[in-house]
Design a binder for this molecule. Structure first.
Ligand code: GLN
Length: 487
């Protein structure tokens, strides 16, 4: 059974179909693994054992009747704890929502349940998805399964640590500035952010709505493609959802990439990379050359502004989105306030952690009268300029590659006192959110301490099929993905 937990989602669903294992057995084994090792990792805020087993039972009933199974039926999955699952707590790892029980399902949750994917628990994250190390959770830190003294990356650190340690086979994360790709890179797995609008945000606790996208975590590219097929599609509950048919990405995974043009982002490979990351990048270039792709150096001249743009737009949007947590309708309410204003102030002061407060203050400032044009409007204009850089690049190449992060996972506690250093870890991932394009991080080697390195690949909007194809070819030409964290 321990061996089966390490297999890919596609392999596990085959095993269920062929009656080598029942979905209930697989789910139970997954939950047992969580119970035996999660004390060390801190990847889960809560378990949803009953829901998971109920779903698994339905899978087994279908198998017994000889009925066809939906894609990924019976494969255990962790849901980031900022997505609603009816009847379970959705905390966003914040005190303010500590006891909030979801009254409805997020659209992604609904789709998972319809596909009979057992949801085993709610994965830890940085409070309201704000952070890069998962040290901003109000409840507990997440540890990296490859080295417990290192961060797993954030903000979807629990989701990534869960998949990397085989506490689940799949997970969902949300990515506003890199929160799927960075932890995927630090934990040595596949993490993918779809085109903005591909996956419904209904039932995801909003951080910065113009940037937020939900996406899959897995240990293989094929599983990533399959999970995106399950969760994507038009949803009338999300006004930014794209009215497009669900695609089959798995059909084109193995297409020949001979003759494709792959751009290496100049600004991300010139300086500041750790030597091991630089080596991995060179290896990626060599791999693509050997697969017949043409490598071209591409400049994104304005990408250097992306962190500045992001920290104005994301904070502005979050200051507005988080205004609803006022002690009246959701979550924590201070009990000894004298009047309404006092109740708002005390509830919010007690409920939000320091990083969330910093973001709300920065965002409120950027939106305030007299500063709006200088900050918010300027940042909007610059977002367009960065997007144009990408459009220009994609008129010359099929895809862009870079490291996902200039370095591998850092030590717990090493950046907590320096928010700017923490913000800089997203330097290579934020661009894709600003431009709304799909981007992925796939395993691309290890540093001298054995910590995983991630390769980021980006393609134009709505070209997920090509993105998965280019990723799959790299994955299959190397065997980094086969090595699992030893925990
Ligand atoms: N690390 C970034 C931040 O703190 C990105 C977070 C995310 O993508 N949710 O804002």
């Amino acid at each position: 059974m321990q061996d089966l937990l390490k297999k890919s989602a596609i392999e596990q669903s085959e095993a269920i179909k062929n009656k080598e294992v029942s979905a209930v057995e697989l789910t139970q084994a997954t939950i047992e693994r969580i119970k035996s090792i999660d004390e060390k990792l801190g990847a889960y805020n809560s378990l949803t054992e009953d829901t998971a087993l109920e779903t698994a039972k339905k899978v087994d009933e279908k198998v017994a009747k000889g009925e066809e199974l939906p894609l990924l039926a019976g494969v255990p999955l962790a849901l980031k704890d900022n997505m609603n699952l009816i009847g379970s707590r959705t905390t966003a790892s914040s005190k303010i929502l500590e006891n909030f029980v979801s009254p409805y399902n997020a659209t992604v949750t609904q789709k998972l349940l319809e596909n009979l994917v057992p949801i085993v628990g709610k994965a830890n994250l940085d409070e309201f998805a704000m952070g890069s190390s998962n040290e901003n959770s109000a409840f507990k830190k997440v540890h990296n399964p490859w080295n417990l003294n290192k961060v797993p990356g954030g903000s979807s650190g629990g989701s990534a640590a869960s998949v990397a340690s085989c506490e689940s086979t799949l997970a969902l994360g949300s990515d506003t500035g890199g929160s799927i790709r960075l932890p995927a890179s630090f934990c040595g797995i596949v993490g993918m952010k779809p085109t903005y609008g591909k996956v419904s945000r209904y039932g995801l606790i909003a951080f910065a709505s113009s940037l937020d996208q939900i996406g899959p975590f897995s240990r293989t590219v094929e599983d990533s493609a399959a999970l995106l097929e399950v969760i994507s599609g038009y949803d009338e509950h999300d006004s930014t959802s794209l009215k497009l048919p669900v695609e089959n990405y798995r059909n084109s995974l193995n297409n020949d990439i001979k003759g494709m043009k792959i751009g290496v982002v100049k600004e991300f490979t010139q300086e500041g990379l750790s030597p091991d990351v630089e080596k991995a990048m060179q290896n990626a270039i060599d791999t693509y050359k050997s697969l017949g792709a043409e490598i071209v150096e591409i400049s994104l001249p304005n990408i250097k502004h992306s962190i500045g743009i992001y920290y104005i737009l994301a904070t502005a949007e979050c200051s507005s989105n988080l205004a609803r947590f006022d002690g009246v309708r959701y979550g924590h309410r201070n009990q000894d306030a004298n009047n309404l204003l006092d109740m708002y102030c005390k509830s919010r002061s007690e409920g939000f952690g320091p990083e969330v407060k910093r973001r709300i203050m920065l965002g409120t400032y950027a939106l305030s009268s007299g500063y709006y044009d200088a900050y918010y409007k300027k940042a909007q204009q610059m977002r367009r300029v960065v997007t144009e850089d990408f459009l220009k690049a994609f008129s010359q190449v099929d895809a862009l590659i870079s490291p996902t992060c200039p370095n591998t996972a850092f030590d717990l506690g090493s950046k907590t006192e320096d928010p700017l250093a923490m913000y800089l870890t997203d330097i290579m991932t934020i661009g894709a959110n600003l431009a709304g394009i799909p981007a992925i991080s796939i395993p691309a080697g290890f540093d001298t301490d054995g910590m995983p390195i991630g390769l980021q690949i980006m393609t134009p909007q709505l070209t997920e099929a090509k993105l998965f194809n280019i990723s799959y070819k790299f994955e299959q030409a190397n065997d980094y993905y086969k090595k699992l964290a030893n925990i």
